[in-house]
Design a binder for this molecule. Structure first.
Ligand SMILES: Nc1ncnc2c1ncn2[C@@H]1O[C@H](COP(=O)(O)OP(=O)(O)OP(=O)(O)O)[C@@H](O)[C@H]1O
Ligand SMILES: [Mg+2]
Length: 265
């Protein structure tokens, strides 16, 4: 079984509808996103963002430090209050009322991993089930089927031997893969990854990007922040460049170095 099939099995286990096998039109549409005004920046962090990302795309989100990339990704899962605009995911407008559902459809890898370093790899992965399980179901620990699934995902990512090690003892690349496994525990349709390769060596970066590419090939929509333009061109099907909270380029992953320089100069 490949990693996609494992994640797919996950949606059966959760008794959610089997989203992967249905031909759902799956998209994210952002219309005029404006976040709070920040006086130190003298503008909102997100300053009128418009874009539509369709099912099956592999979008690389680029831009200088402080451009608003992380804020934009976070806004897609309702972590950034908007003063104006709308985010529509699969026909559902993101609001406080439907965040739980949205966060099942949209998995996120946070910048820096966001793992609990004192917990083992498998326990971190199991945390990906917290949004799905009711408190009563996890009071005495996660059900065995969740543990089996978490272990299977770690195995698929080559981390079977590290499953019971403290996450703080794993390498950066291994930690990033644990974060990917945790995001996959909720069987998302869309995966947001904020700088999944930053700080990793060339081999680990390739492994993490290959994992994202494998998931993409199997049907997941990927939106990832990258600073490495070579990786962006190698893996992305579309690039979105942000500057000062605005989209300044949205198109093919070609000559990205020139595009960044042209637009930012
Ligand atoms: N909660 C906040 N309050 C005030 N300013 C903020 C807040 N969050 C982010 N910012 C500012 O908004 C800008 C955009 O931040 P963001 O983290 O989205 O940038 P980024 O493009 O992800 O940068 P990097 O490449 O360094 O990760 C930065 O100038 C940052 O200092
Ligand atoms: Mg960032």
């Amino acid at each position: 079984m490949n990693i996609y099939q494992v994640a797919n099995t996950n949606s059966h286990l959760s008794s959610l509808s089997n989203k992967f096998s249905k031909s759902i039109v799956n998209f994210i549409e952002c219309s005029h996103l404006i976040s709070d005004y920040i006086s130190s920046l003298q503008r909102p962090i997100l300053n009128n963002i418009n874009c539509r990302i369709n099912q099956g795309e592999f979008v690389v989100l680029l831009g200088l430090n402080g451009a608003g990339k992380s804020t934009f990704l976070k806004s897609l899962v309702g972590l950034v209050p908007l003063v104006k605009g709308e985010i529509n995911i699969n026909g559902i407008s993101v609001s406080n009322h439907n965040l739980a559902q949205i966060r099942q459809d949209v998995g996120m890898l946070f910048q820096g991993g966001g793992l609990i370093k004192q917990l083992s790899a498998i326990d971190n992965v199991l945390c990906g089930r917290l949004g799905i399980r009711k408190t009563g179901q996890t009071l005495w620990g996660f059900p065995q089927r969740d543990r089996t699934l978490a272990l299977e995902l770690l195995k698929q990512l080559g981390l079977e031997k590290q499953a019971y090690q403290k996450t703080s003892k794993l390498s950066g690349g291994q930690q990033q893969k644990v974060a990917i496994a945790r995001a996959l525990m909720q069987s998302p349709q869309i995966l947001l990854a904020d700088e999944p390769t930053t700080g990793l060596d060339i081999l680990s970066s390739q492994q993490v990007m290959n994992t994202l590419a494998e998931l993409h090939q199997k049907g997941l929509t990927i939106i990832t922040v990258l600073h490495d333009l070579v990786l962006a061109q190698e893996y992305g099907t579309r690039a979105i460049i942000l500057d000062k909270g605005e989209v300044i380029y949205d198109g093919k992953c070609e000559n990205l170095q020139d595009k960044l320089q042209d637009k930012l100069s």
